[in-house]
Design a protein. Sequence first.
Length: 483
Amino acid sequence: MPDLSRNWSLAALLSVFLVPTGARAQEASSGPLASLEGTVAELQRQALSGSGAYEFVRDLTTEVGPRSAGSPGDRAAVEWAMARLQALGFENVRKEPVTVPHWVRGEARGSILSPFPQSMVLTALGGSVATPEGGIEAEVLRVANVEALEEVAPEAVTGKIVFFDGGPMERARTGAGYGKAVQARALGANAAAPKGAVAVLIRSAGTSDDRIAHTGAMRTYEEGVPKIPAAALSNPDANLLSAQIDRGGPVRVFLELSPRLLAPVTSYNVIGEIVGREKPEEIVLMAAHLDSWDLGTGAVDDGAGCSVITEAARLIGKLPEHPRRTVRVLLTANEEFGLSGARAYAEAHKEELDRHVAAMESDFGSGRVWQFRSLLRDDKLPLAPEIHRLLSSLEIEDGGNEARGGADLSPLRSANIPIFDLSHDGTLYFDVHHTVNDTLERVVPESLAQAVAAYASVAYVAAELPQDLGRAPEQPEGERRRR
C-alpha cells in the first residue's frame, strides 16, 4: 500500500490504485528517475561486490586506533584521512582547523566496601573531574533518574555517592532506549552536586551484559555548581550494587578517578570531494565523525560511518561521468565531546549553505540499512518514493518524510537543507558503543557493503537530478544525538 504520509494528491493516489499492475510497473520504470536507474544499479553492484569500506575501517583501526579529541591518535587520524582520501582519488582534499577540548581519562578504580566487599568495573565519564587524592569512600544513595533525585531532600544526599539506576537499557533496532538511558550520564553530576553529593555513579548507557563499562560525555559542569566526579558502572556491576542495596541497610563504596582536562588544542575537519561536472558549486554532503572514544579502536563508532560515506563517494567518482553536483565527504573532529567539528563546519561554510542541496550522515555503526527517510518540502515530496524505489533490491523500508539527520548535521538545521536518513540496524550497536569492545571484530563486511550501496545510490541521485530539491521544511526545536 502506498505511504499516505507522503501527502499525495487524491488524483495521484487514485492513479496508483486504479492502474493495472502491469501498467503501474511500466509507469514506474518511466518515472522521473528512470534515466538514473542503470547507474544506480551499477553503483549497488559494485558496492555489494567490493570491500573498500571494510578495508578503510580495517586500516584506520589498525594504523591509528583510538582517536579521542586532542590526543596523539586524533592528530594521526587527520593525517591518515588526508592521505587516504588523496590516494582514493578525491579532489580538493583539505583540512580545516577546529578547536577541541583535550580531556585525558586516567585510571579508574572502584569497589563495594560494605556490607559485602566486591570489586567493580567502571570508567570515568567524559569531562569528569578527578576524585581527591586517595579516592572517596561514601555511602550510596540509589535513585532511578534525575527526576527522582529532585524529590529527595538535600540532607538525604549530602556526603553520599548518588547511584542512578533506571534499569538496563532496552535493546531496539532504532536505538530508542538510548535517550532514556543517557539522561543520567548527561545530567546526573549537575543534578546531584547542588544537593551535596560527593560523586555520581550511573548504570552504563548500553545494552551489553559483559563486564565492561560504557563511557560518554557528561554535560559541561554548570557555573556555580561544585564539580564532582562521575563514572559509569558495567551493567553486571550495576546489578551487583543494586542487589546489595536491595538487602537493606547502608552500602559503602570506594571510588578513585584520575582524569585531567588539559588546554584546548587544534584539530581538523577533513574534506574531500567528487567535483560535479555541471554545477560544482552545488553540494551533496555526506558526514561522519573521525574522532572516537579512547577505550576501543573506534571501529563501530564511527570508523564504520567514515568508511561508508568515503566508499560511497569513491564509487560515484569512478563512474564514467561525474554527477552534475559535487559530492562532498566531511569527516568531522570531536563529535563525541561537543560537536566541535560540526559547529566549525557550519560557521566556516555559512556563505555556501544555501548551495548544499542535500545532506546525509552515517553515525550508527555498521549494521545493514533498514529504513529510508526524507525531509523534503511538499512540492518535492513525490521524488521521495521514487528514490526509495531505487533501494528496493536492498530491502530498505520507507520511513516517511521525517528525517532529522544525526548529531553532526544538527548545526546545519537552520539552513533547511534537505536531509536523507539511511538508518542502520542498531540492534547490536549499544553492546559495544563507547566501550573497549568497539573493535574491528564487530564490523560485518557484508552489512557495511549494503550500507555503501544505499548511501551511494541516494547521494548519486541527489547529485544528478536535473532539478534541485529546494529547501526543507523547518524542523522542530531540539537535537537528536546518539553521542
